[in-house]
Ligand binder design. Structure first.
Ligand code: HEC
Ligand code: HEC
Ligand code: HEC
Ligand code: HEC
Ligand code: HEC
Ligand code: HEC
Ligand code: HEC
Length: 260
């Protein structure tokens, strides 16, 4: 929708509008609670799981999902089963048939039944191929540990970008001329689940860059300044990275202006 806005036409007003639009766009939808079911099984509570899966139960207390309970389950006791489904059959059979329980690594649908906004994004024209089975929620989210925004076993004090690095080394490596935007994180420019813009970009035009690189106007609108350089003509040639200008948005080995 931001496509209609032409920065060079409306200057400062446009910037205000941009922040207004992006402000609206980031509103987070609440998950609905639709825990997975298993025919013939009932909820037994986390304490039963702890008997055989002590290590997981120990760290789970500080996980985002330990905070809510499945309707109808004993208070504070159904955290594990909110993702894995009611565990009575599995707990009774123990070693014999571990399959009578859901594993969301193989079945992302068990997460998506509650997180429907993520499901919607994963079906947008550009998306991480999670539904196609090429990567999993757990490549980026630790379902049991204290920080669900990092993959399990990853370096805990690392920046969020570290979770993208194993698969996208080209972008996440160190550069001689770094783009400071990278410190804010990959998600400043990319939606990790999906986007209508190509390359999972959160915005498809110059507004992606202008949200941080505030423009200063002097004289006529075509004199728009970015980084003290007149850009009025340049931004009309296309987006900042496709117009043959800042092709190295992630960082450059040779050019401080990220052109090559
Ligand atoms: C009597 C012991 C026992 C109890 C109680 C138990 N489990 Fe298990 N569970 C196992 C064994 C054994 C396995 C198979 C080996 C493994 O993956 O550790 C297993 C495997 C699993 C798996 C992996 C299944 C797969 O197909 O990948 C999940 C998920 C799981 N358990 C969750 C739970 C949850 C949730 C509870 C509590 C409701 C629970 N377990 C209670 C013994 C138990
Ligand atoms: C947010 C959803 C979610 C919750 C809540 C959850 N799990 Fe899991 N669990 C997963 C996912 C996803 C996997 C697959 C992890 C992987 O393969 O890396 C998994 C895997 C497992 C496994 C088998 C693989 C392994 O790591 O040993 C066991 C056992 C298990 N969970 C037990 C539990 C127990 C016990 C609890 C509660 C203390 C719990 N889970 C809570 C999502 C969840
Ligand atoms: C039974 C419903 C349910 C299932 C299944 C479920 N979630 Fe959640 N999830 C929630 C709720 C409720 C919250 C807490 C939202 C809050 O804190 O306001 C949450 C929180 C989260 C958060 C943190 C959001 C935040 O802003 O802090 C992430 C990430 C997440 N879930 C991912 C997953 C993944 C990955 C799976 C599957 C492995 C999964 N969820 C399965 C209901 C569910
Ligand atoms: C490629 C990595 C990646 C994959 C795969 C992934 N996520 Fe995420 N997810 C993220 C990141 C990064 C964030 C934090 C976004 C932010 O801070 O702007 C996030 C945020 C979330 C949130 C919080 C709400 C929101 O929109 O910010 C939920 C819920 C969530 N993810 C669920 C899931 C589920 C469920 C799956 C699997 C079906 C999944 N994610 C797969 C990286 C991923
Ligand atoms: C487990 C591996 C994995 C992780 C982790 C991962 N990605 Fe990806 N990413 C992929 C795969 C697979 C594709 C699809 C490639 C394709 O379609 O050619 C992809 C595609 C993309 C694309 C689109 C590339 C294109 O050419 O269209 C972007 C952008 C991207 N990922 C950013 C991220 C960001 C940001 C993170 C961290 C939040 C991340 N990825 C984490 C595997 C991963
Ligand atoms: C300042 C915004 C910005 C940040 C921050 C950013 N990207 Fe990008 N990224 C872009 C743009 C713009 C493109 C499209 C480049 C093109 O089409 O030539 C892109 C393209 C990509 C692609 C597709 C391959 C390519 O080069 O065309 C991948 C993969 C990717 N980014 C991953 C990441 C990862 C991983 C991070 C964090 C370590 C990250 N990006 C941070 C703006 C950003
Ligand atoms: C999250 C904020 C943010 C975003 C988004 C962002 N940048 Fe930056 N960028 C910075 C910061 C901070 C600097 C370093 C300070 C400065 O030079 O303004 C910088 C520096 C630069 C430089 C080097 C300027 C110089 O004179 O050395 C270029 C070129 C640049 N960015 C281009 C882009 C392009 C192109 C985009 C859009 C794809 C973009 N930026 C998006 C924050 C951002």
């Amino acid at each position: 929708m931001i496509k209609f806005l032409k920065p060079m036409d409306c200057g400062v007003l446009c910037l205000l509008l941009v922040s207004f639009w992006t402000g609206c766009g980031t509103s987070v939808q609440q998950p609905v609670v639709r825990p997975p079911q298993i025919q013939g099984a009932s909820h037994v509570g986390d304490q039963v799981c702890a008997d055989c899966h002590q290590a997981i139960t120990d760290v789970f207390a500080s996980s985002a999902h330990a905070r809510f309970k499945v309707p109808g389950a004993p208070a504070g006791q159904a955290g594990c089963e909110s993702c894995h489904g009611p565990g009575s059959l599995h707990a009774q059979s123990g070693m014999a048939t571990p399959a009578v329980i859901h594993n969301p690594r193989r079945e992302p649908g068990t997460c998506l039944d509650c997180h429907q906004e993520i499901h919607t994004k994963l079906r947008l024209p550009n998306h991480h191929p999670v539904l196609e089975g090429l990567l999993q929620c757990v490549d980026c989210h630790d379902p049991h540990g204290r920080d669900i925004f990092r993959p399990a076993g990853g370096p805990f004090y690392a920046s969020l970008n570290e979770s993208c690095a194993p698969c996208h080394q080209e972008q996440a490596r160190r550069f001689v001329f770094e783009h400071e935007a990278m410190r804010e994180g990959c998600t400043e420019c990319h939606d990790p689940h999906g986007s209508i813009q190509s390359k999972l970009l959160v915005q498809g035009d110059a507004n992606l860059c202008l949200k941080c690189h505030a423009q200063v106007q002097f004289g006529s609108p075509s004199d728009m300044l970015i980084g003290k350089v007149p850009h009025g003509q340049k931004v009309q040639a296309g987006s900042c990275w496709t117009a043959g200008c800042h092709t190295q948005v992630h960082g450059s080995m040779v050019d401080p202006k990220l052109r090559f």
